[in-house]
Design a protein around this ligand. Structure first.
Ligand code: ATP
Length: 355
C-alpha cells in the first residue's frame, strides 16, 4: 500500500476550471473521503489520481513515485464505481478472478486469492452463483471482491453505495469500514453524503466549487469548521448562523448580542466594527426562561430522545436540539444560551472562521 501526495492539482475543461489547485496527502493505510455537493470536482480529482483524466496542472505521487503523466494501467490503483458493471455471462468466482486472469496469473493462485476475497466479504457460498440473481448488496460485494483480489497500492471509490437503498447503504457503510480496518488499504472515497463521510473517514477533504475548503478529521471539521460553507454542509440540522455587527478586541472573551452578553472564544486579533456571523451547533444551544438571547418559539420537531426547537430572534432563526422532556410553548418567548466552547465566529464577508 502507499501514500498519495497531491500537489496544486488542477483541471480545466476548456474555460471551465473544475479543480482549482488542490494540495493534500493521503497517508499509507488511510481512509480519505472527498466530500462536497454535486459538481464540486470530487470525481474529477479522483479520476486524476487514478490516471483516467490528465491534470492541466500540478503533480501526483503514488508511493513516492511521480505518476502525474502515467496511464491508469501503470498506476496499480483499483477503481470502484457506483454502478459497477459485472460481467453477466460469468459467475461470481469468474467475475472476482477476472482482473487476475487478465494478468495471466497461475490458476491455483487465482483460486486462492478469489477464495480469500470471498471469505473477507462473506460471499463464499455465492461463488458458483450467476451474478444476475444477486441482490444489489451482494453485487456490490462482488464488485469489491474484484477490486481487492488485485491487492493494489490504493483504492479509488466513487460513490460506491450511491445506488443502494438507505438500509443497505448503512450496512455496506459498516462493512466497507470493517473491510478497510482489516486490509488497511489506502483508500480515496468520494461522496456527497456527510453522514457516510463522518462515519467512515479517517480524514475528510470538504470541496466546494473546485476548492478544498477544509481538510481534517471528522471531529475537527464538525467542531471547528474553517468556513461557513463547511459549517452549513456538515451536521443535521446544520450549524445556526446569527448575524451581528460588533467591534472585537484582541483578548475579548465576551461580546454583546442584542444587549445580551455572550461568551465567545478568545479573539486573537483586533477587529473594528465589522459584520460577523456567530455559528453555533443546535446541540450547543440551551433554552432558558430568564435572560439569554430572547426569541419567539416558531415550532418544534419531536425526535424521540430529543427534539429540535426552532426559535426566531432578531439576529436570525436558531434551531436548538434539546431533551424531549423539556416543555417549550409554541409561540412563547424564550431565551437562548450558548455553550461558549462550541461557538465559531465567521467574517461575514469572506465566510472564513476568524478563530
Ligand atoms: P458529482 O457528484 O455530480 O459527480 P463531482 O463533485 O464529482 O459531482 P465532477 O464530476 O468532478 O463533480 O465535475 C466537476 C465539474 O466539472 C462539473 O461542473 C462538471 O460538469 C464538469 N466536468 C466534469 N467532466 C467534464 C468534462 N469531461 N467536460 C466538461 N466538463 C466536465
Amino acid at each position: 500500500m502507499a501514500q498519495i501526495k497531491v500537489n496544486d492539482l488542477q483541471k480545466a475543461f476548456g474555460d471551465f476550471v473544475a479543480v482549482k489547485g488542490s494540495t493534500f496527502t493521503v497517508e499509507d493505510g488511510e481512509f480519505f473521503v472527498m466530500l462536497g455537493p454535486s459538481g464540486c470536482g470530487k470525481t474529477t480529482t479522483l479520476r486524476m489520481i487514478a490516471g483516467l483524466e490528465l491534470p492541466t496542472g500540478g503533480a501526483i505521487q503514488l508511493g513516492g513515485e511521480d505518476v502525474t503523466l502515467k496511464r491508469a494501467a501503470q498506476r496499480d490503483i483499483a477503481f470502484v464505481f457506483q454502478l459497477f458493471a459485472l460481467y453477466p455471462h460469468m459467475n461470481v468466482r469468474e467475475n472476482i478472478g477476472f482482473p487476475l486472469k487478465c494478468q495471466n496469473m497461475p490458476k491455483a493462485e487465482i483460486r486462492r486469492r478469489v477464495e480469500e476475497a470471498a471469505r473477507i466479504l462473506r460471499i463464499t457460498d455465492l461463488l458458483s452463483c450467476s451474478v444476475s440473481g444477486l441482490s444489489s448488496g451482494d453485487r456490490q460485494r462482488v464488485a469489491l471482491g474484484r477490486a481487492i483480489v488485485r491487492k493494489p497500492m490504493a483504492f479509488m471509490m466513487d460513490e460506491p453505495l450511491g445506488a443502494l437503498d438507505a438500509e443497505f447503504r448503512e450496512l455496506m457503510c459498516n462493512e466497507l469500514r470493517a473491510l478497510h480496518d482489516r486490509l488497511q488499504a489506502t483508500t480515496v472515497y468520494v461522496t456527497h453524503d456527510q453522514l457516510e463521510a463522518m462515519a467512515m473517514a479517517d480524514k475528510i477533504a470538504v470541496m466546494n466549487h473546485g476548492v478544498i475548503e477544509q481538510l481534517g478529521t471528522p471531529q475537527e471539521i464538525y467542531d471547528r469548521p474553517a468556513t461557513m460553507f463547511v459549517a452549513d454542509f456538515i451536521g443535521s440540522p446544520p450549524m445556526n448562523f446569527l448575524n451581528f455587527t460588533q467591534a472585537l478586541k484582541r483578548g475579548d472573551r465576551t461580546t454583546r448580542l442584542d444587549g445580551i452578553s455572550v461568551d465567545v472564544p478568545e479573539i486573537h486579533e483586533d477587529m473594528s466594527e465589522r459584520a460577523f456571523t456567530l455559528g453555533v451547533r443546535p446541540e450547543a444551544v440551551r433554552i432558558v426562561s430568564e435572560g439569554g438571547l430572547r426569541g419567539q418559539v416558531f415550532g418544534s420537531e419531536y425526535l424521540g430522545t430529543n427534539q429540535i426547537v426552532i426559535v426566531n430572534t432578531d439576529h436570525g432563526r436558531v434551531k436548538a436540539r434539546i431533551g424531549s422532556e423539556q416543555r417549550v410553548p409554541d409561540g412563547g418567548t424564550v431565551g437562548l444560551a450558548f455553550r461558549p466552547e462550541k461557538l465559531s465566529i465567521f467574517d461575514k464577508q469572506s465566510g472564513r472562521a476568524v478563530r
